[in-house]
Design a protein around this ligand. Structure first.
Ligand code: F6P
Length: 359
């Protein structure tokens, strides 16, 4: 008997189920032994408390198109991994104990940066762990892409597309807030794909004067409207110069619900133009995975299953230069993959005349 544990951790995305299906189908088709899957409920919490379901391959059928996660998810901040749960349960010892009690051969963790740090910790503690790079944010180190990202770009792009007609009818400036607190991958891709005039991302601090200049230029060129795509975590140059503590204080004192409202008020006040805000929010994590996402999620699942069949662990499945591969969890844990301001896509966007608000 082969016993494979699985959990989905952190913010969900569209292709978690498709990835698990990839693991299960590959093992079902290629493993000579009987395989039992232990699906832990709500991420690491399920592993800590022994909240799991014993599942078989048929339990994972029909999942290719189903968004969300059939296992449920929760956030278990890595920063607090050595702090006990409110009821006193010690997290890491409890997870180790459960893994051993169930005689698992391997644990598959479908998670983003924080979850992969915990996966690495469990691997260092001697458990056989395989990480799979999940996040709409695409900020996982060591892989060109994460699953969830392709679907999120499509949804964010549709939001930018749809705003065009109403922005044009009314001759308004729209500020569209796209997910990404620390990194700007989704706003960058959706901004380019949706034809935004201005894209503001955390990696490139902006100056409001430059944003206003870009809007003015567009109007001078004959346009009736302008679209500003802003990442949740975009910062002005002044904000970027603050210490972490000072910036946190500034955010805590903010009365507007989010950056899009701050920016919209500033643009309206300084330019006298009519400005509106649009926020697709969690729709960017919702619905079915896109076709591209399903393919990548499936590839990740297959590669993880191949690792299990070989008895390998301690790695994250990745794609580098279009090739599926494995990278040691220890090499990627704790690192953030940010947009390089000098990357081709940023340069190409600039060449098109898109402003990043920095110049
Ligand atoms: O990490 C994925 C993500 O969707 C981010 O893009 C976003 O900033 C955050 O999660 C939202 O978190 P929550 O679902 O806890 O509101």
């Amino acid at each position: 008997m082969l016993r494979v544990g699985m959990l989905t951790s952190g913010g969900d995305c569209q292709s978690l189920n498709a990835t698990m299906r990839g693991i299960v189908k590959t093992l079902d088709a290629n493993c000579k032994k009987d395989v039992e899957f232990y699906g832990f409920q709500d991420g690491y919490r399920g592993l800590m408390y022994g909240n799991y379901r014993v599942m078989k391959a048929p339990d994972f059928s029909g999942l290719l198109t189903r968004g969300g996660t059939i296992l449920g998810t929760s956030r278990t901040p890595f920063k607090q991994i050595d702090e006990p749960m409110p009821d006193g349960l010690e997290k890491v010892p409890a997870m180790k104990k459960m893994y051993k009690k169930l005689k698992l051969d391997c644990l598959c963790v479908l998670g983003g940066n924080g979850s992969l740090k915990t996966a690495n910790r469990l691997s260092e503690e001697g458990l056989n762990v395989i990480g799979l790079p999940k996040t709409i944010d695409n900020d996982t180190w060591g892989t060109d892409m994460t699953f969830g990202f392709p679907s999120a770009i499509d949804i964010a792009t549709k939001a930018v597309d749809d705003i065009h007609t109403t922005a044009s009818s009314h001759g308004r400036v729209f500020v569209i807030e796209i997910m990404g607190h620390k990194v700007g991958w989704i706003p960058l891709y959706a901004g380019v794909a949706g034809g935004a005039d201005v894209i503001l991302i955390p990696e490139i601090p902006y100056d409001l004067d430059n944003v206003l200049k870009a809007i003015d230029q567009r109007v001078k060129n004959g346009a009736r409207f302008a679209i500003v795509v802003v990442a949740e975590g975009a910062k002005s140059k002044e904000e970027a110069a603050l210490t972490k503590k000072q910036y946190k204080k500034l955010l805590a004192a903010r009365t507007e619900p989010s950056i899009a409202y701050v920016l919209a008020d500033q643009i309206a006040e300084r330019s006298g133009r009519e400005v509106r805000v649009a926020i697709p929010g969690h729709t960017q994590r919702g619905g079915s995975p896109s076709a591209y996402d399903r393919v990548f999620a499936t590839q990740c699942g297959v590669e993880a299953a191949r690792g299990i069949l070989e008895g390998a662990s301690g790695f994250m499945v990745a794609q580098v230069g279009g090739k599926m591969c494995r990278v040691p969890l220890a090499d990627i844990a704790g690192k953030l993959k940010m947009v390089d301001p000098e990357s081709d896509l940023v340069r190409e966007a600039r060449a098109l005349g898109i402003s990043f608000g920095d110049e």
